[in-house]
Structures are given as structure tokens and as C-alpha cells.
Design a protein around this ligand. Structure first.
Ligand SMILES: Cc1cc2nc3c(=O)[nH]c(=O)nc-3n(C[C@H](O)[C@H](O)[C@H](O)COP(=O)(O)OP(=O)(O)OC[C@H]3O[C@@H](n4cnc5c(N)ncnc54)[C@H](O)[C@@H]3O)c2cc1C
Ligand code: FES
Length: 505
């Protein structure tokens, strides 16, 4: 039986006046945690825990007949429990509610999600997705959820099915998450949903004229609609020793397994680059009690994205945990047990991780003659310059309605939401992608949330106290808030996201 901290027993009823002003109340029914939500004079009840990582929906924000999760901004329907937006895909339970006088009762009887009407109009016979990552997976999942029954092929040169990539630099690398949590779906799911997932399969060419993709073994595969979701690949510095066996990059589950295996004998790690991935890896490896040094050319970690104040905080946070920084410096050579820095200093290193950024994998698009501009150029429907060929995720540069700029970002949730939007466009439902970018980054127990996109800014307002891990930073240009970063201010982050969305709707 849930304890009192989990809120009231909603089957016994709750007074209308006891529902908090944000309209969200967590309680329980039997063994189940339930969220009671008030929208105007109507009441809804759905499962209280987000199906992504279990975020407490009662601490989120209501938006119309939906609720947004405070942790990574997934969105659920209050009417059905359906996960409407990534990063959650599974629905939460839905409950019946009755109002008797001034009391609201959750009467149980979870309702099943309504089945969708069959698709009408001209539906493509075969959709081919190149890429088994965030965007590719979300597109395939959405296509089947929307009732697409045609042939669906997903080609990936990765050895593993789509994985929860953000976990690879966080809990999984730190040893706090089991490997079975890492795949986005078990292998059977692809079979059950008739998604032909071909792993270890490299696409070597696409031919938009004949509407075919060519595999590395020469076989060709026709398509009616093509989604390019080839993501990005880690950059390797061209320095002596970069190809030694103890030098790793981190993109795939295989990369992550190799680093974890190396930690069994390694004691001292040098992380090259104070990027998000480099720093998250540093935090994870400190959790594994390795000595960690970070060498990077910038003055402050993450200053270009977050500004000096938050950059200094990130640095001090890592230093408190024992990370040693070598900033305004870099590694110029790697040897089996040491690295040499630009200033001549030698650091012991039996494990080296390069976190010096990624390069979008645009080779297929380039060779096919698609329009490029530091990524694959797409319009607001994520269509490339070739008919029936779409692009989403890390490779796509799209017209961001909020900033008014053409942008390309490397964010998990953006890739997934673009995958979801493009799935509908491929089915002719035509959803314009006007999502506001969101990402999160985790350093030890400190999550940083960021909505919007500010390549640069002329004013930065700081509300709260960064050092106390309770703050909102607003990045402005010409008076307009372009982006909002926050620590432990989830409602502010969600509210900012909703306000930005409203402005472009
Ligand atoms: C360790 C790590 C941690 C991260 N943490 C966060 C985070 O906390 N928050 C956040 O917002 N973002 C994070 N990111 C970024 C996020 O994971 C990416 O933005 C996201 O994965 C992009 O999705 P995508 O589908 O575009 O590409 P990917 O997920 O990289 O998928 C690309 C797929 O295409 C396949 N592919 C490429 N070329 C070919 C080809 N020619 N033939 C066949 N297959 C091909 C690849 O094998 C892969 O399966 C992290 C990234 C990494 C590596
Ligand atoms: S826990 Fe809800 S979106 Fe991640």
C-alpha cells in the first residue's frame, strides 16, 4: 500500500478545494500512483509517473488537456494517457473520474487507448529509414502508432538496435544503470511491429531519381518515402597516438562497453574536450572512482552555450568531485600511458576519451546532390531538396520558427520529435515541425535544462542562485528571450517552452 507521502487515496474522493492551484495532485488508487488534473471545471486522472524515466507528472505543467513532465518535457494526453511527445513513447494508464458535489472520485477502471482509424488517402507502400538512432526510431514508432501498415525498413550500420544514447555518458557509463535499460525497445518489438530492422547494414548511396538506396554489399532497395536520420559521428583529433587502443570516442553502445571494459584496469583517465559528452563522461568515471583530468582549449567549460557564470559553476562542480582541469591547453600527443599537453606538461593516462565534438553524417546526402549547408537543408516539413526524401535529427538544418534562423542542433529530444513529425508528413498528414529545441545535461546530481536556441546573446539575466543550484538564466538578444537555462526550476523551464511555442503557433 502506498504511504501517505504519495498523497491521498483518490478512490475515497478529494475535495475540489484541496486540489493545488497548479491543477495537479498526486494520489493513489490501490497500488497505483495516480495524477488528478483539473482543466477548467473538468477533471482527469492518469498514471502519475512519466514512462520515460519516471518523472513525477504532478510537478509538471498543465497545457490545455495535456501535462508536461518536469524532467525532460515529455507530454501526455489527460484524456487518454497517450504519450504525445518524446522522449516518452509509452502511454500512462487512464482512469475514470466522477464529481459528486464538491468531491472528486477516481473510480478506477483504466480505459484502453482508443484505436486509431485506418489511414485514408494515398499511403506510401514502402518507407525506408536510414539510421537506427533517435530520429529513426521515433519515426518508425510513430508510423506504426498512426496505423501505417505498409513496409517499413530501418537500416543501421550500428551493431545494436536503437539505444537510449544519453544514458551512455550518464548512468550506464557510471555503472548505475543496467544494460537491459539501454535499448529503446527490445528486439522482439521490431518483429512484432513489422519493422524490418537491419543492423550492421551500411547504406553506401541513395539515388533520389530511381528512388533507391544502395547497401554497402551492392544490393538496392526501392522506397516511396526515404528518411535520412544518419546522425553524427565523433571527431577524432589528428594527433600522434590518436589511434592507440586505449583512446576512445563515445557514440554507440559498443563504444560505451569498450570504455567500461577499459575502466576495469585503468586508474587514470584524460578526457580531451570539455564538451557535454566529455564532461558527462568525466562525471561518470569519477563515480567509478577513476582519477579524471580534462584538457580543453577554452577558458571555461560550456561557456559558448551557457555563458561565463554557468560555465564557472560547471567547472567548480566537477572540481568539487575531484576532476582536474587543464584549460586553455590541449593534448598534442598520446602515448600508451601518458599524454603531452600543448604547454609541455605530461599527464599519466591509461585511458583517453576524445570528446571534441561531432560531425553530421551528411555523406549520403552530399553524394546524392541534396542541398547542404553545414548539415542537410530541410524545410519546415523536414523535406530535403529531393522529392519524397526527408531528413531529421543531428544532420538536419531546419528553419527554426522561434529564432527565425536556420539551425542544426544535436539534441536527443529534438531528433525524436523531428522523427515523430516527419512520420506524419510521410503519411501525408503534414505536420509542420515547429518544436522549440530542448536539451538536458546531467553532471553528478545536477541536471541542467535548456530550451530555445541562443547562438549568441547581448544580455543574460540570472534569477536565483547558480551556486545553490536553484536558478533560471535567460539569454536575450534585442530584448527577446532566445533561450532559457535552468537548474532545479523545472516549472520555469516548461513555462518558457510553452511561451516560446505559443509565439510561433
Ligand atoms: C553519449 C551521448 C550522450 C548524449 N546525451 C545527450 C543528452 O543528455 N541530451 C541531449 O539532448 N542529447 C544528448 N546527446 C545527443 C543525442 O544523442 C543526439 O542528438 C541524437 O542521438 C541524434 O539522433 P539522430 O537520430 O540524429 O542520430 P543518432 O542517434 O546518432 O543515430 C544515427 C543512426 O544512423 C546510423 N547511420 C549513420 N550513417 C549510416 C549509413 N550510411 N548506413 C546505415 N546507418 C547509418 C547510425 O548507425 C545510427 O544508428 C548525446 C549523445 C551522445 C553520443
Ligand atoms: S522522465 Fe519524463 S520526460 Fe524524462
Amino acid at each position: 500500500m502506498p504511504d501517505a507521502e504519495q498523497g491521498p487515496d483518490l478512490s475515497l474522493g478529494i475535495a475540489v478545494s484541496d486540489i493545488p492551484t497548479n491543477g495537479l495532485l498526486r494520489g493513489y488508487v490501490g497500488e497505483d500512483a495516480v495524477l488528478l488534473a483539473r482543466v477548467g471545471g473538468d477533471y482527469f486522472a492518469i498514471g502519475a509517473s512519466c514512462t520515460h524515466y519516471g518523472g513525477p507528472l504532478a510537478d509538471g505543467v498543465l497545457d490545455g488537456h495535456t501535462v508536461r513532465c518536469p524532467w525532460h518535457h515529455a507530454c501526455f494526453s489527460l484524456r487518454t494517457g497517450e504519450a504525445l511527445r518524446a522522449p516518452a513513447f509509452d502511454p500512462v494508464a487512464s482512469w475514470t473520474v466522477e464529481q459528486r458535489g464538491e468531491r472528486i472520485f477516481v473510480t478506477g477502471n483504466a480505459k484502453a487507448l482508443p484505436t486509431r482509424n485506418p489511414l485514408s488517402g494515398k499511403v506510401p507502400s514502402r518507407i525506408v529509414i536510414v539510421g537506427g538512432g533517435a530520429a529513426g526510431f521515433a519515426a518508425a514508432e510513430q508510423l506504426r502508432r498512426d496505423g501505417y501498415e505498409g513496409s517499413l525498413v530501418m537500416l543501421s550500420d550500428d551493431a545494436d538496435p536503437p539505444v537510449d544514447r544519453p544514458n551512455l555518458s550518464k548512468d550506464y557509463l557510471a555503472g548505475a544503470a543496467q544494460e537491459e535499460w539501454v535499448p529503446l525497445r527490445p528486439r522482439d518489438w521490431y518483429r512484432e511491429n513489422a519493422i524490418e530492422l537491419r543492423l550492421n547494414t551500411k547504406v553506401s548511396k541513395i539515388d533520389p531519381q530511381s528512388r533507391e538506396v544502395e547497401l554497402a554489399d551492392g544490393r538496392r532497395l526501392p522506397y516511396d518515402r526515404l528518411l535520412l536520420a544518419t546522425g553524427a559521428e565523433p571527431v577524432r583529433l589528428a594527433i600522434p597516438g590518436a589511434d592507440l587502443p586505449h583512446v576512445h570516442v563515445l557514440r554507440t553502445l559498443k563504444d560505451c562497453r569498450a570504455i567500461i571494459a577499459a575502466t576495469e584496469s585503468a586508474r587514470r583517465v584524460v578526457v580531451i574536450g570539455a564538451s557535454f559528452i566529455g564532461l558527462e563522461a568525466a562525471a561518470a568515471l569519477r563515480t567509478r572512482k577513476l582519477d579524471v583530468h580534462v584538457a580543453a582549449p577554452e577558458k571555461r567549460p560550456l561557456e559558448r552555450v551557457f555563458g561565463a557564470e554557468l560555465g564557472d559553476f560547471v567547472r567548480s562542480l566537477h572540481e568539487e568531485k575531484g576532476v582536474v582541469f587543464h584549460l586553455e591547453n590541449t593534448v598534442v600527443a598520446i602515448e600508451p600511458n601518458k599524454v603531452t599537453l600543448k604547454n609541455g606538461q605530461i599527464l599519466d593516462a591509461d585511458l583517453v576519451i576524445m570528446g571534441v565534438g561531432v560531425r553530421p553524417r551528411t555523406q549520403l546526402a552530399e553524394q546524392a546532390g541534396l542541398k547542404l549547408d553545414r548539415g542537410v537543408l530541410v524545410n519546415e516539413y523536414l523535406e530535403t531538396s529531393a522529392a519524397d526524401a526527408f531528413a531529421a535529427g543531428d544532420i538536419a538544418r531546419w528553419p527554426d520558427r522561434y529564432s527565425g534562423e536556420s539551425i542544426r542542433v544535436e539534441h536527443w529530444v529534438v531528433a525524436e520529435r523531428q522523427g515523430q513529425a516527419v512520420a506524419r508528413t510521410m503519411l501525408g498528414i503534414g505536420i509542420r515541425y515547429d518544436g522549440v529545441p530542448f536539451f538536458w545535461s546531467q553532471h553528478y546530481d545536477v541536471p541542467i535544462h535548456y530550451v530555445g536556441h541562443a547562438a549568441d546573446w547581448d544580455a543574460l539575466d540570472i534569477e536565483g542562485d547558480i551556486a545553490s543550484r536553484d536558478c533560471v538564466l535567460r539569454y536575450r538578444k534585442g530584448g527577446k528571450v532566445l533561450a532559457v537555462a535552468s537548474i532545479h526550476r523545472d516549472v520555469d523551464s516548461l513555462t518558457a517552452e510553452i511561451a516560446m511555442e505559443r509565439e510561433v503557433a
